[in-house]
Ligand binder design. Structure first.
Ligand code: NAP
Length: 142
């Protein structure tokens, strides 16, 4: 059975590698990130769907649900940033943006998809490949 997997950060190192691997196994993937050019070329490579957007935009999650279709079997949150500036040069806004992107985005995705919670992964939480465990096909709640 073909599964549909939504991958936030699907054009990145971890998200992109996972997308290629799942696609090669026959899964259908839907990629999400900000850079349209990178998304388009990766999506063309594996005949995937994609949504362009920023996880700090609260409307993004509804848009993804609209564009990916009603059903998804798994959701991956592989979005993340590492700010390498020295602590002295980081502003309060920088810290809040990091928190929104790296933590809050993943938490909001997980809680909005209660029935999928066990399938939600954050690349920040460890080895994505070995922690991948998707249950039966379930409807995504918005
Ligand atoms: N690589 C590792 O060895 C490793 C190990 C442990 C943990 N991690 C963590 O895992 C996460 C992913 O790592 P990675 O190496 O795959 O990083 P990456 O190559 O930089 O990929 C990050 C992905 O997230 C997207 N993204 C970034 N900010 C976004 C935003 N505001 N809204 C929507 N999409 C956004 C990027 O695309 P756009 O820029 O186009 O939006 C890209 O697709 C990071 O948090 C990293 O710290 C990585």
């Amino acid at each position: 059975m073909t599964r549909q997997i939504i991958i936030y950060g699907g054009s990145g190192g971890i998200g992109g590698a996972l997308a290629r691997r799942l696609s090669a196994r026959g899964d259908r993937v839907h990629l999400v990130a900000r850079d349209r050019e990178r998304l388009t070329s990766l999506a063309e490579e594996m005949d995937a769907g994609f949504t362009v957007g920023d996880v700090t935009d609260p409307d993004l999650f509804t848009r993804v649900a609209d564009e990916a279709g009603d059903f998804c079997d798994g959701l991956v949150y592989a979005v993340g940033t590492i700010n390498l500036r020295s602590l002295q040069r980081l502003t309060e806004d920088d810290f809040l943006t990091e928190f929104r992107v790296n933590a809050l985005g993943a938490a909001l995705r997980s809680t909005a998809n209660r029935r999928l919670r066990r399938a939600c992964l954050s690349a920040n939480s460890g080895d994505t490949e070995t922690r991948w465990a998707v249950g039966s096909s379930k409807r995504c709640s918005r």
